[in-house]
Design a protein around this ligand. Structure first.
Ligand code: GUN
Ligand code: ZN
Length: 469
């Protein structure tokens, strides 16, 4: 893929550079030869202005074009990559991460719903949003597709914190008007849609924020609520509003959907029947999927979130990446942590589990495929592949820096691996929680593991200037 060059804006902010090993993806290695899908610069330079990447390439080729570039962060023994994309996560489940799981449905009743009931309290929501962003940025995740709760307070708390960091985030109010406790149940389908539209108008495209209409999953919405949600989704489809839900995660859930919607041939068709299947529809899990459903997801260009840590923790189904990416109908797949069903905020740790799940289908993910899923794959799942998920001119400057020496043992182990992908494979397989050492959001280093103040908001950087669209 060729990218148009971005000229320096003489009125813009001072240039910022990041130098070191740089890896970025430009195509899907599940459908193209792996060697065509990435760019790697052993000694590379990313040039940033006003929150956007204006150039990237070999340091020796690029640096001389920017005599005004004085501020360069240099990394050795680390890989500069696009920020990770978490295509499915529940920020509101942070207070209950690591709670004992039984089956998905009993776990929801026992831990999830009582925790989510606390988000009526804005102060509580603020506290959790604050902690969630710290965890995400620590791990190098810069964009996420996020469940809040049914309370508008939880949506506001989330987007307010996202605005402080200037992160590109997707979230919205969760819709659920049946089969959940009264404490979190929507009062009526109509009222829930009115609240949703109000929040959508408030947050969609405000700065970098994007809105999703979120029916939790088919069993917790009445047909009436799904109908109204589908109408709203269609009404805003030309503005890039999302629909985010769960699909085909566990057998007990699928059996329940069959009972509740006996007229629909499969679970995906339930959402389709209510006009909830379209390019901006993101479905989490997709572990137990019939061939007709894969076809529907492919034909409608939907996004699929692969959440292996959560699937193992909750003992759900097993995602088959080779089937999802079948060459004649490949789906858009990204990685999801699904915290609190998932037990880590780290996308690379999820890659470690994704490798093991792929081995159950007799073929292991390579490091090329794995890190593509973590970055550009996630962006493609969210239809954001022209703005985030790659390091290229014109892209938003969201960047993670993965240390190849996060501890003494890893440093020693790396001596025995030669290529960058061999090293990255070891890194993801060791699954260390501190491998990300710095995170840039729209060009600002909002997380730095070696800085006294590790997390910083956008407003704390003097030159912050960014236009989202
Ligand atoms: N299905 C419906 N709600 C949830 C949830 O909160 N977590 C997971 N893993 N699956 C769900
Ligand atoms: Zn989930």
């Amino acid at each position: 893929m060729e990218y148009a060059q971005f000229p320096v804006d003489p009125q813009g902010s001072a240039l910022k550079g990041i130098r070191g090993m740089i890896l970025t993806f430009k195509a899907d290695p599940f459908v193209r030869d792996e060697s065509e899908c990435y760019d790697y610069y052993e000694d590379g330079l990313v040039v940033i202005q006003d929150g956007r990447i204006i150039n990237v390439g070999n340091y020796s080729d690029v640096a001389s074009d920017y005599p005004a570039l004085k501020d360069i962060d240099v990394y050795s023994d680390a890989v500069i990559m696009p920020g990770f994309i978490d295509s499915h996560v529940h920020y509101v489940q942070s207070p209950m991460i690591g709670s004992y799981g039984d089956t998905l449905l009993s776990w929801l009743n026992q831990y999830t719903f009582p925790t989510e009931a606390k988000f009526k309290d804005k102060d509580f929501a603020d506290e959790v949003a604050h902690e969630f962003f710290k965890q995400l940025l620590d791990q190098g995740t810069t964009t996420a597709n996020v469940f809040s709760t049914s309370f508008p307070e939880s949506v506001d708390a989330f987007f307010e914190e996202s605005e402080r960091y200037n992160t590109r985030m997707i979230s919205g109010k969760v819709l659920m008007d049946r089969n959940v406790p009264d404490s979190i149940k929507d009062k009526s389908a109509e009222e829930s849609i009115i609240e949703t539209e109000k929040l959508l108008k408030k947050w969609h495209h405000r700065g970098r924020q994007l809105y999703a209409i979120i029916p939790r999953f088919a069993p917790t919405s009445t047909p009436e609520q799904l109908q109204l949600a589908g109408e709203l989704f269609q009404r805003y489809s030309d503005q890039g509003v999302y629909m985010h839900t769960h699909l085909d995660e566990a057998q007990g859930e699928i059996d329940w959907v069959t009972q509740l919607f006996p007229d629909q041939p499969n679970y995906t068709d339930v959402y389709k029947h209510f006009n909830l299947v379209a390019p901006h529809s993101i479905f989490a899990h997709c572990c137990i999927v019939q061939e007709d459903e894969w076809k529907t997801l492919h034909d409608n260009q939907c996004g699929v979130a692969h959440c292996p840590c959560s699937n193992f923790f909750l003992g759900d189904g097993v995602f088959n990446v080779w089937n999802a990416k079948k060459i004649d109908r490949p789906c858009r797949v990204g990685m999801g942590t699904d915290v609190g069903g998932g037990t880590t905020y780290s996308i690379p740790v999820n890659l470690n589990e994704a490798y093991k799940v792929s081995m159950l289908a007799q073929k292991g993910l390579t490091a090329v495929k794995a890190f593509y899923l973590a970055t550009r794959g996630g962006a493609e799942a969210l239809h954001l592949e022209n703005s985030v998920g790659s390091i290229a001119p014109g892209y938003e400057a969201d960047i993670a820096v993965l240390s190849l020496h996060p501890n003494e043992f890893a440093k020693w182990r790396m001596k025995f691996s030669d290529t960058i992908f061999d090293k990255l494979f070891v890194l993801m397989t060791l699954g260390l929680n501190n491998m990300n050492i710095a995170t840039y959001v729209a060009g600002n280093k909002v997380f730095d593991r070696s800085r006294e103040k590790m997390h910083m908001y956008a407003s704390e950087f003097p030159e912050t200037k960014y236009s989202a669209d």
